[in-house]
Write a protein that binds this ligand. Structure first.
Ligand code: ADP
Ligand code: MN
Ligand code: MN
Ligand code: MN
Length: 366
């Protein structure tokens, strides 16, 4: 139809214990921005049938790489009909916290791990029994080690066309398991990009008859789980090693609160085995992939940079995780007082050396 474009409205539902993505299509006259819209919240665990209307408020719009042309993907916040945030809306609080601590200029880079399933088994696994044990699959090559690369390539291209800040991809330790990274970006933009990248992953895998899952422990036993390592820095950390250590210390003081909000089923993944630290203890260390929080070796060498919170599950909500990290690390830095002096703004360290968009620019896009 000439004179119109398709807007795919995407939102996060109220499913328990882990919310799911939903989407539906609106035909919008060309030249018009995607307007406020609505949906039946009684079908998404977001409202009772007697009062079922929920509101969709566009917050992030990008080109639709699947439909192409003028078509758009539209990520939404869910509101109640009085235009206040719906209880399932975790983005509103994330945005408010980001604003409160904006002077810290926090960046996030999130490593999203996931697993392809075909029917009831991971992609490429034999019909009966198990593949050869873990070892060769991480960053592997060859048809005996790699399953689903064509989907990964299609997803990466789609993220690029959509303008998402995807930073890289790699095959993971368990066969059929993969990772992509989003960032470095401020919050909530990093979470907006990640949710849209997740939607694209499901949508593209659908065309291959494959299901992508963020299940944190998709196969029980001696197989790696799936996480969402969250790398982050403040302006001060990017110029000062003591600030990196202080951030790791601050996270330790609120370890229980973070663990409780880092994704359902985290106890099954953070066992202390398979490159994890137990959910019961909090540790940090340089280069240590068995710690809760890792200080990368380059950061220890350069005496500045960022730290990696290795605890979040693959199924975490990035609005919740980034909000908690900003709150914990920035409030501790503020409480110390004077710690902000001497911090210089740095544009290094971002993925691909791309400059972090100014907050104003990001806001204008939303
Ligand atoms: P790993 O070695 O743990 O697999 P990855 O290369 O997968 O690490 O991911 C590292 C992530 O850290 C990337 O998403 C990158 O954008 C992010 N990153 C790099 N520098 C910074 C920084 N200064 N602040 C926040 N995130 C950063
Ligand atoms: Mn990684
Ligand atoms: Mn990984
Ligand atoms: Mn990592």
């Amino acid at each position: 139809m000439a004179g119109y474009y398709k807007a795919e409205y995407i939102w996060i539902d109220g499913s328990e214990p882990t919310s799911k993505l939903r989407s539906k299509t609106k035909i919008v006259p060309e030249g018009q921005e995607p307007p406020i819209w609505g949906f039946d919240g009684s079908s998404t665990n977001q409202a009772p049938g007697s009062n079922s209307d929920c509101v969709l408020k566009p917050v992030f719009v990008c080109p639709d790489p699947i439909r192409g042309g003028k078509n758009k993907l539209v990520l939404n916040e869910v509101l109640l009909t009085d235009m206040t945030p719906h209880p399932s809306n975790t983005r509103a609080a994330c945005a408010a916290t980001a604003k409160k601590y904006a002077s810290h200029d926090t960046w996030f880079g999130i490593e999203q791990e996931y697993t392809f399933f075909e029917g009831s088994k991971p992609l490429g696994w034999p019909d009966n029994g198990f593949p050869a044990p873990q070892g060769p699959y991480y960053c592997g090559v060859g048809a005996d080690e790699v399953f689903g690369r064509e989907i990964v390539e299609a997803h990466t291209d789609a993220c690029l066309v959509a303008g998402l800040q995807i930073a890289g991809t790699n095959g993971e330790v368990m066969p059929g398991q993969w990772e992509f990274q989003i960032g470095a970006l401020a919050s909530p933009a990093v979470a907006d990009h990640l949710w849209v990248a997740r939607w694209l992953l499901y949508r593209i895998a659908e065309d291959f008859g494959v299901n992508a899952t963020l299940d944190p422990k998709p196969v029980k036993g001696d197989w790696n789980g799936a996480g969402a390592h969250t790398n982050f820095s403040t302006k001060e950390m990017r110029s000062n090693y003591q600030a990196c250590v202080a951030a790791a210390e601050a996270l330790g003081k609120r370890a229980k609160l973070h663990i409780e909000n880092y994704g359902f089923g985290i106890e099954g993944r953070l066992t202390g085995l398979h490159e994890t630290a137990s959910y019961k203890t909090y540790t940090y260390g340089v280069s240590n992939r068995g710690a809760s929080v890792r200080i990368p070796w380059q950061v220890a060498r350069d005496k500045k940079g960022y730290i990696e919170d290795r605890r979040p599950n693959a199924n975490m909500d990035p609005y919740v995780v980034t909000r908690l990290i900003v709150e914990t690390v920035c409030s501790a830095a503020d409480a110390k007082g004077g710690s902000k002096t001497g911090a210089k703004a740095s544009t290094n360290g971002a993925a691909r050396g791309r400059k972090i968009p100014a907050k104003k620019k990001a806001a204008a896009r939303r």
